[in-house]
Design a protein around this ligand. Sequence first.
Ligand SMILES: [Zn+2]
Length: 317
Amino acid sequence: MVNSVAGEISADKLGWTLVHEHFYFAYPGWQADLTMAPFDREEALRVGLEVCQTLKSAGIQTIVDATPNDTGGREPLLYKELSQMTGINIICVTGLFTESRGAHTYWKVKMAYGADIAQMIAELFIAELTKGIGNTSVKAGLIKVSSSAQMTQYEEETHKAAVMAQKATGAPIITHTDELSGIEQADFLLSQGADPRKVLIGHVTNSGDVEYHRAILKRGVYICFDRMGAAFPLGVSDDVHIQNIVALVREGHTRQIMLSHDTVNLSLGRATARPQAVRSVDHICRNIVPALKAGGVSDEQIWTIMVENPRRFLSDG
Ligand SMILES: [Zn+2]
Protein backbone atom coordinates (compact mmCIF):
# COMPACT_ATOMS: atom_id res chain seq x y z
CA MET A 1 0.00 0.00 0.00
CA VAL A 2 1.07 3.59 -0.67
CA ASN A 3 -0.08 6.87 0.92
CA SER A 4 -1.52 8.98 -1.88
CA VAL A 5 -2.98 12.40 -1.13
CA ALA A 6 -6.46 10.89 -1.56
CA GLY A 7 -5.79 8.01 0.85
CA GLU A 8 -4.08 4.64 0.81
CA ILE A 9 -3.92 2.94 -2.56
CA SER A 10 -2.67 -0.44 -3.68
CA ALA A 11 0.79 -0.31 -5.29
CA ASP A 12 -0.65 -2.19 -8.28
CA LYS A 13 -2.68 0.93 -9.11
CA LEU A 14 0.35 3.20 -9.58
CA GLY A 15 1.09 2.38 -13.22
CA TRP A 16 3.42 4.69 -15.13
CA THR A 17 4.96 6.99 -12.53
CA LEU A 18 6.96 10.23 -12.52
CA VAL A 19 8.86 10.35 -9.25
CA HIS A 20 10.04 13.97 -9.09
CA GLU A 21 7.88 16.89 -10.26
CA HIS A 22 6.38 20.04 -8.73
CA PHE A 23 2.90 21.35 -9.35
CA TYR A 24 3.80 24.61 -7.58
CA PHE A 25 7.00 26.01 -6.15
CA ALA A 26 8.56 29.12 -4.61
CA TYR A 27 11.80 29.68 -2.78
CA PRO A 28 11.50 30.52 0.91
CA GLY A 29 10.87 34.18 1.45
CA TRP A 30 8.13 34.36 -1.14
CA GLN A 31 5.71 35.07 1.72
CA ALA A 32 7.37 38.49 2.11
CA ASP A 33 6.10 39.38 -1.36
CA LEU A 34 2.51 38.17 -0.95
CA THR A 35 1.19 41.73 -1.12
CA MET A 36 2.56 42.01 -4.64
CA ALA A 37 1.83 38.44 -5.67
CA PRO A 38 -0.80 36.75 -3.53
CA PHE A 39 -1.41 33.01 -3.88
CA ASP A 40 -4.05 32.57 -6.57
CA ARG A 41 -5.81 29.31 -5.73
CA GLU A 42 -7.98 29.40 -8.83
CA GLU A 43 -4.98 29.77 -11.11
CA ALA A 44 -3.19 27.01 -9.19
CA LEU A 45 -6.19 24.73 -9.68
CA ARG A 46 -6.38 25.59 -13.39
CA VAL A 47 -2.67 24.84 -13.92
CA GLY A 48 -2.91 21.66 -11.85
CA LEU A 49 -5.83 20.37 -13.92
CA GLU A 50 -3.92 21.12 -17.11
CA VAL A 51 -0.92 19.13 -15.80
CA CYS A 52 -3.16 16.18 -14.89
CA GLN A 53 -4.75 16.22 -18.35
CA THR A 54 -1.30 16.22 -19.97
CA LEU A 55 -0.26 13.29 -17.75
CA LYS A 56 -3.41 11.37 -18.63
CA SER A 57 -3.04 11.79 -22.35
CA ALA A 58 0.60 10.65 -22.07
CA GLY A 59 -0.41 7.52 -20.15
CA ILE A 60 1.06 8.56 -16.77
CA GLN A 61 -1.06 7.45 -13.83
CA THR A 62 0.98 8.62 -10.83
CA ILE A 63 3.04 11.69 -10.00
CA VAL A 64 5.21 12.36 -6.97
CA ASP A 65 5.22 16.03 -5.99
CA ALA A 66 8.64 16.53 -4.40
CA THR A 67 8.00 20.01 -2.95
CA PRO A 68 9.44 20.12 0.60
CA ASN A 69 7.84 21.68 3.69
CA ASP A 70 10.10 24.72 3.89
CA THR A 71 9.56 26.10 0.39
CA GLY A 72 6.35 27.47 -1.09
CA GLY A 73 3.93 25.38 -3.08
CA ARG A 74 3.32 22.24 -1.06
CA GLU A 75 -0.51 22.25 -1.17
CA PRO A 76 -1.90 18.96 0.16
CA LEU A 77 -5.58 19.90 -0.11
CA LEU A 78 -5.19 21.20 -3.64
CA TYR A 79 -3.36 17.98 -4.62
CA LYS A 80 -6.23 16.00 -3.14
CA GLU A 81 -8.78 18.02 -5.11
CA LEU A 82 -6.77 17.54 -8.33
CA SER A 83 -6.48 13.83 -7.74
CA GLN A 84 -10.18 13.42 -7.00
CA MET A 85 -11.17 15.50 -10.04
CA THR A 86 -8.88 13.74 -12.52
CA GLY A 87 -8.12 10.25 -11.19
CA ILE A 88 -4.37 10.91 -11.34
CA ASN A 89 -2.61 9.49 -8.26
CA ILE A 90 -0.59 12.17 -6.47
CA ILE A 91 1.93 11.36 -3.75
CA CYS A 92 3.46 14.21 -1.76
CA VAL A 93 6.52 14.41 0.47
CA THR A 94 7.49 15.46 3.94
CA GLY A 95 10.94 16.95 3.81
CA LEU A 96 13.38 19.82 3.81
CA PHE A 97 15.43 21.62 1.18
CA THR A 98 19.16 22.43 1.17
CA GLU A 99 20.62 24.88 3.66
CA SER A 100 21.32 27.55 1.05
CA ARG A 101 17.96 27.36 -0.74
CA GLY A 102 15.64 26.18 2.01
CA ALA A 103 14.41 27.79 5.21
CA HIS A 104 17.02 26.62 7.67
CA THR A 105 16.82 29.57 10.08
CA TYR A 106 14.10 28.14 12.31
CA TRP A 107 16.05 24.93 12.85
CA LYS A 108 19.51 26.48 13.07
CA VAL A 109 18.45 28.78 15.89
CA LYS A 110 17.23 25.72 17.80
CA MET A 111 20.52 24.00 17.00
CA ALA A 112 22.42 26.99 18.41
CA TYR A 113 20.38 26.59 21.63
CA GLY A 114 21.52 22.97 21.79
CA ALA A 115 18.30 21.29 20.65
CA ASP A 116 18.47 17.86 19.03
CA ILE A 117 16.96 18.99 15.75
CA ALA A 118 17.41 15.59 14.07
CA GLN A 119 15.02 14.17 16.68
CA MET A 120 12.59 17.08 16.23
CA ILE A 121 12.62 16.84 12.44
CA ALA A 122 12.17 13.06 12.61
CA GLU A 123 9.07 13.60 14.79
CA LEU A 124 7.70 16.00 12.16
CA PHE A 125 8.38 13.59 9.28
CA ILE A 126 6.81 10.67 11.16
CA ALA A 127 3.70 12.70 12.06
CA GLU A 128 3.21 13.77 8.44
CA LEU A 129 3.68 10.21 7.18
CA THR A 130 1.39 8.56 9.70
CA LYS A 131 -1.14 11.17 10.89
CA GLY A 132 -1.18 13.81 8.17
CA ILE A 133 0.11 17.22 7.16
CA GLY A 134 -1.12 19.93 9.55
CA ASN A 135 -4.86 19.49 10.02
CA THR A 136 -5.48 18.28 6.45
CA SER A 137 -5.36 14.54 7.26
CA VAL A 138 -3.50 14.20 3.93
CA LYS A 139 -0.51 11.93 4.60
CA ALA A 140 2.89 12.26 2.96
CA GLY A 141 3.98 9.14 1.06
CA LEU A 142 7.73 9.61 1.27
CA ILE A 143 10.56 11.64 2.77
CA LYS A 144 12.65 14.20 0.89
CA VAL A 145 16.08 15.47 1.90
CA SER A 146 18.51 17.74 0.10
CA SER A 147 22.25 18.17 0.13
CA SER A 148 24.54 20.94 -1.10
CA ALA A 149 27.70 20.25 -3.10
CA GLN A 150 29.31 19.67 0.31
CA MET A 151 26.88 18.51 2.93
CA THR A 152 26.53 21.09 5.72
CA GLN A 153 26.09 20.28 9.41
CA TYR A 154 22.44 21.30 9.21
CA GLU A 155 21.93 19.01 6.21
CA GLU A 156 23.52 16.15 8.12
CA GLU A 157 20.85 16.67 10.78
CA THR A 158 18.03 16.61 8.20
CA HIS A 159 19.46 13.41 6.68
CA LYS A 160 19.76 11.78 10.10
CA ALA A 161 16.12 12.70 10.72
CA ALA A 162 15.10 11.14 7.40
CA VAL A 163 16.73 7.83 8.32
CA MET A 164 15.17 7.91 11.80
CA ALA A 165 11.76 8.44 10.18
CA GLN A 166 12.43 5.68 7.66
CA LYS A 167 13.30 3.26 10.44
CA ALA A 168 10.08 4.15 12.25
CA THR A 169 7.76 4.01 9.23
CA GLY A 170 9.50 2.17 6.38
CA ALA A 171 8.96 5.23 4.16
CA PRO A 172 11.18 5.69 1.11
CA ILE A 173 13.63 8.61 0.89
CA ILE A 174 13.93 10.75 -2.24
CA THR A 175 16.71 13.31 -2.53
CA HIS A 176 17.87 16.56 -4.06
CA THR A 177 21.57 16.84 -4.79
CA ASP A 178 23.64 19.84 -5.83
CA GLU A 179 26.41 19.21 -8.32
CA LEU A 180 27.91 15.75 -7.65
CA SER A 181 26.90 15.28 -4.02
CA GLY A 182 25.03 12.03 -4.67
CA ILE A 183 27.89 9.75 -3.62
CA GLU A 184 28.54 11.53 -0.33
CA GLN A 185 24.79 11.69 0.29
CA ALA A 186 24.19 8.00 -0.38
CA ASP A 187 27.11 7.09 1.89
CA PHE A 188 25.82 9.33 4.65
CA LEU A 189 22.29 7.91 4.50
CA LEU A 190 23.60 4.34 4.47
CA SER A 191 26.00 5.07 7.36
CA GLN A 192 22.95 6.10 9.38
CA GLY A 193 21.27 2.79 8.59
CA ALA A 194 19.02 3.70 5.66
CA ASP A 195 17.71 0.79 3.57
CA PRO A 196 19.39 1.14 0.15
CA ARG A 197 16.26 -0.27 -1.52
CA LYS A 198 14.35 2.66 -0.05
CA VAL A 199 16.73 5.43 -1.18
CA LEU A 200 16.44 7.26 -4.49
CA ILE A 201 19.34 9.65 -5.19
CA GLY A 202 17.98 12.53 -7.26
CA HIS A 203 19.37 14.90 -9.86
CA VAL A 204 22.01 12.53 -11.21
CA THR A 205 21.26 14.50 -14.37
CA ASN A 206 23.68 17.06 -12.88
CA SER A 207 26.37 14.87 -14.41
CA GLY A 208 26.95 13.61 -17.92
CA ASP A 209 29.66 11.27 -16.63
CA VAL A 210 28.39 7.73 -16.39
CA GLU A 211 31.17 6.93 -13.90
CA TYR A 212 29.36 9.16 -11.39
CA HIS A 213 26.17 7.16 -11.94
CA ARG A 214 27.97 3.84 -11.61
CA ALA A 215 29.56 4.98 -8.33
CA ILE A 216 26.14 5.70 -6.82
CA LEU A 217 24.59 2.50 -8.20
CA LYS A 218 27.37 0.51 -6.52
CA ARG A 219 25.88 1.56 -3.18
CA GLY A 220 22.73 -0.42 -4.02
CA VAL A 221 20.43 2.60 -4.11
CA TYR A 222 18.23 3.89 -6.94
CA ILE A 223 19.24 6.82 -9.12
CA CYS A 224 16.89 9.25 -10.81
CA PHE A 225 17.53 10.95 -14.13
CA ASP A 226 15.00 13.51 -13.04
CA ARG A 227 15.73 16.61 -15.06
CA MET A 228 15.06 15.21 -18.48
CA GLY A 229 14.44 18.03 -20.92
CA ALA A 230 16.23 20.57 -18.76
CA ALA A 231 19.76 21.46 -19.75
CA PHE A 232 20.36 22.91 -16.29
CA PRO A 233 22.11 23.59 -14.04
CA LEU A 234 25.22 22.07 -15.59
CA GLY A 235 24.14 22.05 -19.22
CA VAL A 236 23.99 18.30 -19.84
CA SER A 237 21.73 17.50 -22.78
CA ASP A 238 19.09 14.79 -23.13
CA ASP A 239 21.24 13.09 -25.77
CA VAL A 240 24.02 12.50 -23.24
CA HIS A 241 21.54 11.21 -20.65
CA ILE A 242 19.98 8.86 -23.19
CA GLN A 243 23.40 7.43 -24.08
CA ASN A 244 24.20 6.96 -20.41
CA ILE A 245 20.87 5.32 -19.58
CA VAL A 246 21.28 2.95 -22.55
CA ALA A 247 24.78 2.05 -21.32
CA LEU A 248 23.60 1.45 -17.73
CA VAL A 249 20.69 -0.69 -18.92
CA ARG A 250 23.12 -2.79 -21.00
CA GLU A 251 25.27 -3.23 -17.89
CA GLY A 252 22.29 -4.65 -16.00
CA HIS A 253 21.26 -1.66 -13.85
CA THR A 254 17.69 -1.44 -15.19
CA ARG A 255 16.16 -2.18 -11.79
CA GLN A 256 17.87 0.82 -10.15
CA ILE A 257 16.95 3.58 -12.63
CA MET A 258 13.98 5.97 -12.62
CA LEU A 259 13.10 8.96 -14.80
CA SER A 260 11.36 12.30 -14.22
CA HIS A 261 11.53 15.97 -15.28
CA ASP A 262 11.60 18.10 -12.08
CA THR A 263 9.11 20.45 -13.72
CA VAL A 264 7.80 23.47 -11.83
CA ASN A 265 4.41 24.00 -13.38
CA LEU A 266 3.55 27.19 -11.53
CA SER A 267 6.12 29.45 -9.89
CA LEU A 268 4.56 31.30 -6.98
CA GLY A 269 5.41 34.92 -6.23
CA ARG A 270 6.31 37.49 -8.86
CA ALA A 271 7.37 36.16 -12.23
CA THR A 272 11.03 36.44 -13.23
CA ALA A 273 12.59 35.23 -16.44
CA ARG A 274 14.37 31.98 -15.68
CA PRO A 275 17.06 30.27 -17.74
CA GLN A 276 15.20 27.02 -18.08
CA ALA A 277 14.40 24.82 -21.03
CA VAL A 278 10.70 24.69 -21.73
CA ARG A 279 9.50 21.22 -20.86
CA SER A 280 6.32 19.49 -20.00
CA VAL A 281 5.39 16.44 -17.90
CA ASP A 282 4.83 14.40 -21.09
CA HIS A 283 8.37 14.93 -22.45
CA ILE A 284 9.63 11.52 -21.26
CA CYS A 285 6.68 9.62 -22.74
CA ARG A 286 6.71 11.53 -26.01
CA ASN A 287 10.45 11.91 -26.63
CA ILE A 288 12.72 10.08 -24.20
CA VAL A 289 11.07 6.65 -24.26
CA PRO A 290 11.16 6.46 -28.10
CA ALA A 291 14.83 7.55 -28.04
CA LEU A 292 15.69 4.88 -25.46
CA LYS A 293 13.94 2.26 -27.58
CA ALA A 294 15.88 3.42 -30.63
CA GLY A 295 19.02 2.92 -28.51
CA GLY A 296 18.07 -0.70 -27.87
CA VAL A 297 16.16 -0.52 -24.57
CA SER A 298 13.30 -3.05 -24.72
CA ASP A 299 9.63 -2.45 -23.91
CA GLU A 300 10.07 -4.70 -20.90
CA GLN A 301 13.01 -2.63 -19.64
CA ILE A 302 11.02 0.59 -20.14
CA TRP A 303 8.22 -1.00 -18.09
CA THR A 304 10.74 -1.81 -15.33
CA ILE A 305 12.01 1.79 -15.26
CA MET A 306 8.64 3.54 -15.48
CA VAL A 307 6.34 1.17 -13.56
CA GLU A 308 8.06 -1.60 -11.59
CA ASN A 309 10.87 0.42 -10.02
CA PRO A 310 8.61 3.22 -8.71
CA ARG A 311 6.14 0.60 -7.46
CA ARG A 312 8.84 -1.38 -5.63
CA PHE A 313 10.42 1.81 -4.24
CA LEU A 314 7.17 3.45 -3.09
CA SER A 315 5.39 0.45 -1.59
CA ASP A 316 6.20 -1.71 1.42
CA GLY A 317 6.83 -4.68 -0.88
ZN1 LIG B 1 12.64 19.19 -7.55
